[in-house]
Every structure is written in structure tokens, then in C-alpha cells.
Write a protein that binds this ligand. Sequence first.
Ligand SMILES: *[C@@H]1O[C@H](CO)[C@@H](O)[C@H](O)[C@H]1NC(C)=O
Ligand SMILES: *[C@@H]1O[C@H](CO)[C@@H](O)[C@H](O)[C@H]1NC(C)=O
Ligand SMILES: *[C@@H]1O[C@H](CO)[C@@H](O)[C@H](O)[C@H]1NC(C)=O
Ligand SMILES: *[C@@H]1O[C@H](CO)[C@@H](O)[C@H](O)[C@H]1NC(C)=O
Ligand SMILES: *[C@@H]1O[C@H](CO)[C@@H](O)[C@H](O)[C@H]1NC(C)=O
Ligand SMILES: *[C@@H]1O[C@H](CO)[C@@H](O)[C@H](O)[C@H]1NC(C)=O
Ligand SMILES: *[C@@H]1O[C@H](CO)[C@@H](O)[C@H](O)[C@H]1NC(C)=O
Ligand SMILES: *[C@@H]1O[C@H](CO)[C@@H](O)[C@H](O)[C@H]1NC(C)=O
Ligand SMILES: *[C@@H]1O[C@H](CO)[C@@H](O)[C@H](O)[C@H]1NC(C)=O
Ligand SMILES: *[C@@H]1O[C@H](CO)[C@@H](O)[C@H](O)[C@H]1NC(C)=O
Ligand SMILES: *[C@@H]1O[C@H](CO)[C@@H](O)[C@H](O)[C@H]1NC(C)=O
Length: 675
Amino acid sequence: MRPSHFFFFTVLQLGASVARASVTVYGQQRFGDQLKSLVSSTTSSAAAASYTGSAAYNPTVLNAPPVPNPPPPTKFFQQLSSAPVPGLSIPQSGNFYGLSVEFSVANQLINMYSTRLAVPFLNSLANLQARGGSVRVRVGGNTQDYATMVPSLPNGTMFLKETLDPAVSTTTPPVLFTPDFLYMLANISALVNVEWYLGIPLNDTSNLRLQIAEAAESILGDKLIGFQVGNEPDEYAEHGHRPLTYGPADYSADFGTVDAALRADPNVPVVNKKLIGPSLSGRWQPQEVWDVNFIPDHLPSLAALSMQFYPENNCVAQTNGSNAPGAVNPQDVFPTYLNHTSGQAIAAKYLNRRVMTTFSTVLAQTFNLPFIMLETNSASCGGFVGVSNSFGSALWALDYGLQLAYSNFSNAFLHIGGQGEYYNVPPPGNQTSFREWTVGPVFYSIMGVAETFGNSNKSRIIDLQMNGNNEFTPGYAVYDGDVLARLALFNYVTDPSGASEITVSFAIGGGATGQANGTPAQVKVKYLLAPSVSSLNNITWAGQTFGPSLSSDGRPTGNETIQTVTCNTNNTCDVTIPAPGFALVFLTDIPGDSESFDAVETFSTTTLRSKTQTQSTATVVVNPSVLATANGQPGTNFVDASTSKGKAKTAAAVQFLPHLTVAICVALGVVSMMW
Ligand SMILES: *[C@@H]1O[C@H](CO)[C@@H](O)[C@H](O)[C@H]1NC(C)=O
Ligand SMILES: *[C@@H]1O[C@H](CO)[C@@H](O)[C@H](O)[C@H]1NC(C)=O
Ligand SMILES: *[C@@H]1O[C@H](CO)[C@@H](O)[C@H](O)[C@H]1NC(C)=O
Ligand SMILES: *[C@@H]1O[C@H](CO)[C@@H](O)[C@H](O)[C@H]1NC(C)=O
Ligand SMILES: *[C@@H]1O[C@H](CO)[C@@H](O)[C@H](O)[C@H]1NC(C)=O
Ligand SMILES: *[C@@H]1O[C@H](CO)[C@@H](O)[C@H](O)[C@H]1NC(C)=O
Ligand SMILES: *[C@@H]1O[C@H](CO)[C@@H](O)[C@H](O)[C@H]1NC(C)=O
Ligand SMILES: *[C@@H]1O[C@H](CO)[C@@H](O)[C@H](O)[C@H]1NC(C)=O
Ligand SMILES: *[C@@H]1O[C@H](CO)[C@@H](O)[C@H](O)[C@H]1NC(C)=O
Ligand SMILES: *[C@@H]1O[C@H](CO)[C@@H](O)[C@H](O)[C@H]1NC(C)=O
Ligand SMILES: *[C@@H]1O[C@H](CO)[C@@H](O)[C@H](O)[C@H]1NC(C)=O
């Protein structure tokens, strides 16, 4: 080990001493400038109408739906039980909501080489880890089925998109990738507690390509939590690589073929509890797959049962234009995302509430398998402009995620498809330099769900069906362990007059076991707010924001604001929720958990001075003792506390210093970042 005063390295020293294990966090040149000025100049609806840039940054703003008629009651009482109540979900983790990254855009989001990681992406992950303890990311999608791992590509490239084969019906060309892609994921997991779901290609069972499984198991170790076998097999006949008769029994047989091949492959040591299926898009009902004995036939290998579902699609407009016959008008569907029924209706497909499907999440529990929504978002084929990128989608995704958790899903993954989509969490792209990322509204939903569950992995949630089960004002209660810990309260209505603000009055009572009154003297409240459900910007979580399009480095800015509400002398507490808004109410302090994340240490893109140098070194230093324990610890400090609050670089300075380097010296136990 080097002595501890060697924390500071120059680029040259690093280049010489740690070439093998160095990781560069790389900010690209400001390709986004032109696009950024286009976005900021198009605030009028006329300019929005003439917008021709990428979907991900489209500035079109819809009209918020009117106040419902009748309006929801604005003041109501909710009795709560301090003891756990019947109907709670299974224990949930703060990693409930994860990111699903389309395979073909992984290099744009995460970055180009294992030694270059995108700072904004790392920051996004660090923010989630601080809140939920760990993060899960799935890399896959339609493009995984055609992907092939090769030992190397020209010029050390990690990803190469082949020329599009017109015979293949996906619109994205097949991807060739190298093991460097998996090293990149491993390097992320060395910095943030990220677990990965990957996919084994299944476009062709006579030519199985198992290389990803062979390499991922050795490179990612226990950070690899499962391989998806087949992406939406119920779409395979339509995609043209299976006969029209392809059905659930055929899929189950294909799954078995992959399973057997993996077990016969000496380079894939672990197959038990590593495979995921059936990942249906919804053409086949889950029950049709259960009926062919899928679960018992593959039980030893199954890591989880999976589904992939979008409540709507924008395929006609995406393919043939928004004026084509049958194209969905985003303004028309906007209200269908702005109530509690939306998430409930999706969850119901996997519960016993509808004909044709039975007990899927109950069935999963009987086999002791997690049931996961491996890919989802507001609408397939890119989402809807003004809907999928609005504050309304943040409320929708937050309620939907909590509803899936209440319905005994174990994870759900919001999809990121690229700059051509409206629904991205952060969209990937080349505008990845300093403060040039766009953090989509649903990223706030992922943070909100992470905080709702916290980091114990023991939170159970119940839908309170409060306010007479009014669909515009849903609420949930969370028991962390056996302690009533948090309330998640929504107001879907937009009403600038203030008349639709709701006040939830609650008391915590004895419950089943008859304890004394449990209403606390005060509670703490964090709000997710924006002026309207149609707002694209101006979204704040506890007063902090990622800012408008193309302006974030993945860290929230502004001061964190946590409200303290003093409860009433008659043992009730009144919490107001603006219209629109979401409130997370902290009822008690949970040991080891925090409601404040103001000081989350992320991957600072700041210029700092060392203690011994008077000139700016542009070097951020990570305390080696922190690195030693970094892997897996919630709230990890990546940047030495004494240096992390450095003054942010201005964008102008970045133009001269476009590269941010994070070098990890694993052998020496030292991490440093530099421009
Ligand atoms: C499956 O994908 C691979 C890689 O893209 C391709 O070479 C092969 O032709 C595909 N097979 C079928 C049946 O589509
Ligand atoms: C590899 O890099 C060289 C030099 O930059 C370039 O001329 C060549 O086209 C590259 N090859 C590929 C396949 O990208
Ligand atoms: C990071 O990637 C490099 C390859 O560039 C690899 O040698 C190293 O083992 C990776 N680090 C971890 C912790 O996996
Ligand atoms: C687009 O239009 C073509 C020609 O009218 C039609 O065949 C096709 O189904 C349409 N695509 C979608 C997704 O609606
Ligand atoms: C509520 O959402 C459901 C499901 O998305 C939708 O069918 C219904 O029309 C919505 N209700 C209102 C009043 O918009
Ligand atoms: C979720 O699972 C728990 C534990 O098995 C059960 O009590 C509860 O009813 C389930 N919830 C739903 C909505 O099915
Ligand atoms: C970056 O994105 C812009 C806008 O989409 C595009 O015009 C440009 O060609 C891209 N540059 C690179 C290097 O990909
Ligand atoms: C919760 O689960 C995550 C992911 O599996 C794990 O990394 C973490 O250590 C667990 N936390 C606790 C407190 O058990
Ligand atoms: C909303 O955000 C825009 C763009 O950042 C800003 O110009 C505007 O002042 C904000 N409006 C409010 C009400 O905060
Ligand atoms: C944040 O708080 C600090 C200290 O209280 C204050 O100086 C600063 O102006 C605040 N910043 C914002 C954006 O409100
Ligand atoms: C409790 O006190 C508050 C504040 O004084 C009042 O608004 C509320 O109606 C009271 N509730 C009950 C049940 O008496």
C-alpha cells in the first residue's frame, strides 16, 4: 500500500503507474450546444410545433386536464394502525424501481469503453443507492436477441452496430460487443452497489450465442443477478424469426434448450437460479405460459418470473406520423395516466382480479420466485410527447411503481430507449458533457420509490384506498420491519387556484394489538412538486431539481427542504398536498435510514485544490479507506468529504477541459478523478 499522503495523482503518474486498472469518467465535447439552444429558444407553442430535434428534448407542453367533476373531497381523515395490518405486500427493497437500458443504447448511456464511465450516469446511480441501499439495472430489450459478443472489434471499440438487415424486423441494427462491455458494468459495480440483469440472445436456437453468459459470470460475479432468456417471445412470430404457430409450449422448449446448453457449457459455472422468463409483452396471457408447466419444468434454473408491459403504444405515429389514421393524440390519453386506476389496471393483469389471468404474483410466491416487471414505461414505440416527459408521468410512475410493489412484484424497471423516445429516465446521447444531461421526470419517481422503501429491504406497503378510494388522491402506508414508518400521498389534480389542495388528517391508533395512541408529536414531509402535470421542467423533490433539458450532471441542485409538521393536540396530524403533488411523510426515525440526502457524495465534476498545492489540480480524490468499503455500502462517500463541496466548474471552463478522468487504482486502493 502507498502511504496515505499519496492521495493526489497527476494524469501522467496515473498513466505510468496504473494503466491496467484505470477507469476514466469521460465527459464528451459539447456536441449538444446546438440542440440546447434550440430547446431553450422553443418555449412558445409555435416554436414547439416546428421543433425538429430529438424526441427526448421535444418542448411541446400539453394542457393539464380540468379539475375533475365532481372534484375529490379536499379534507378527509385516515385512521392508521401502528401494528402491521392484513394485506401488506411482501417485503420490498429500496431497489424496487430500477433502470432498463435498451441493449443497443448501452454504450451511449454508460459509455464507450470499460475505462470510461459517464459521470452523470454514475451520479444518477449514486443518488439511488444513497436512498435505496442498492440499484438494479437491466440491459436488454429487443436488441439483445440479435446481439453477439465477439473477442474484439477494430480500434478497441466496445460496441459496433452492424448494417441493418432488412429481413430483421426490429428497427435497430444488430449489435456486436466485446467483453469490455461487461468490464464496464463491473467497474460501475465497483463504485456503486449496482446489480445487473442481462440477456441471452434467442433469435435463433440453432445458433445459440452463449458468450455473454460465459463472460458475464466470470467478470460480474455475484453482481450478475440473472439472464433473461428471450425478450417478449409472444412477439417472436411477428418479428419473423419464429413460425406463426409459435406458442407458449414452443417458448418453454426454447428456454429448456438454452438451459441445457448452459449446463453443458463448462464456462458457465452457475445456472441454478440464474435464468428469467417468460418476459411477455402481453400478447400471450401469463396463464397460457403457466399452463404449459413452465415454472415446475424450469424451477431449478429460475431466478425470477418476468413480464414486460406498456399500457399504451405510440407505434402508428412513430411509424407513419402523428397525422396518420389511428395515431394516438397525446392530449387525449393524458388523463388516462393521471389517476390511480391506471397503475391498478396494469397490476390487475397479474393478480386474480380479471378473467383470463390468475394469481400470477401469488403463484410466484408459492414457488418462492420474485415476480418482476422487467421493462415498462408509459407507452411503447417511444411514449407520447408532452405526456411521457411531463410531471404527470412522474406522478403516474411513482403511483404505478408503488402499486406493483403492493401487488407483490419484487422489482420493476423503467425503460430507456434513446434520444428518439419521449419516456427516457435519462436519455443517452452525445450531449454527455458537464451539466448537459437531461434527467427525465420518471427519474424523480425512481428516487421517490427508493425513499418510500428505504434501505432495510424489509418494507411492506399497503394501498390505503383513502378518501373513499378517490382515484385522484391515492395514498399508501409503509411498514419498515414492523414499524409504521412512512406515508406516500398523491394529488393528481392540477389547479393553480389552490382550491384543490388536499389535507389528509390522520391518526395512528392501537390497531389489532391495542397499543396506546401512536400519533407522533410531529412528522417530516418531502414534496415532489411542479406547477402543473403538464410541466416539463420546474420539477422539484424536497426543493431540489435536476433542472431543464440538457442541463444536469446527474446531481440534484438547490437546497434540500424537509418540512416539519406539528401534529394537533387531539392526536391527529394534518398534511397538505398541493394540486398537483406528492408527499412522502416520515412518521418516525428509522435507525440506519435517513430522510435527508442533501449530502450524498456523488461523482463531483468539480475542480478542486489539494491541501498541498496552491494551483487547481482539477483532481478529485477519493479516500482509499472509503473505497475499500465502497462496494455495497449505502450512502457511500466517493469523494473525500473535505473536497467534495468544491465550487462547480462553469460550463465555459468545460469547453477547454472536456475530459473528466476517474482513475481507479485497485491495487493501490486509491481513486482519483481529474479533468
Ligand atoms: C440471429 O441474430 C444473429 C446476429 O444478429 C444473425 O447473424 C442471425 O442471422 C439471426 N438469426 C435469425 C434466424 O434471425
Ligand atoms: C480505426 O481507426 C482509424 C484511425 O483513426 C480509422 O482510419 C479507421 O477507419 C478505424 N476503423 C474502424 C473500423 O472504425
Ligand atoms: C475494470 O475494467 C478493466 C478493463 O478495462 C478490468 O481489467 C478491471 O478488472 C475492471 N474492474 C473491476 C473492478 O471489475
Ligand atoms: C403504417 O402505414 C402502413 C401503410 O398504410 C401500414 O401498412 C402500417 O400498418 C402502418 N404502421 C402502423 C404501425 O400502423
Ligand atoms: C383513469 O385512468 C383510467 C385507466 O388509465 C382511464 O380509463 C380513465 O378514463 C381515467 N379516468 C379519468 C376520469 O380520466
Ligand atoms: C401480497 O402477498 C402477501 C403475502 O403473501 C399477501 O398477504 C397479500 O394479500 C398479497 N397482496 C396482493 C395484492 O395480492
Ligand atoms: C450528436 O448529436 C447531434 C444531434 O442529435 C448530431 O447532429 C451529431 O451528429 C452527433 N454527434 C456525434 C459525434 O454523434
Ligand atoms: C438489501 O438488498 C441489497 C440488494 O440485494 C443488498 O445489496 C443489501 O446489502 C441489502 N441490505 C440489507 C440491509 O440487507
Ligand atoms: C420553469 O423553468 C424554466 C426553465 O428552466 C424557467 O425559465 C422558469 O422561470 C421556471 N418557472 C417557474 C415558475 O419556476
Ligand atoms: C441554500 O442555503 C444557503 C445557506 O442557507 C443559502 O446561502 C443559499 O442561498 C440557498 N440557496 C438556494 C438556491 O436557495
Ligand atoms: C383535531 O384538531 C384539528 C386542529 O385543531 C381540527 O382541525 C380537527 O378537526 C380535529 N379533529 C378531530 C377528530 O377532532
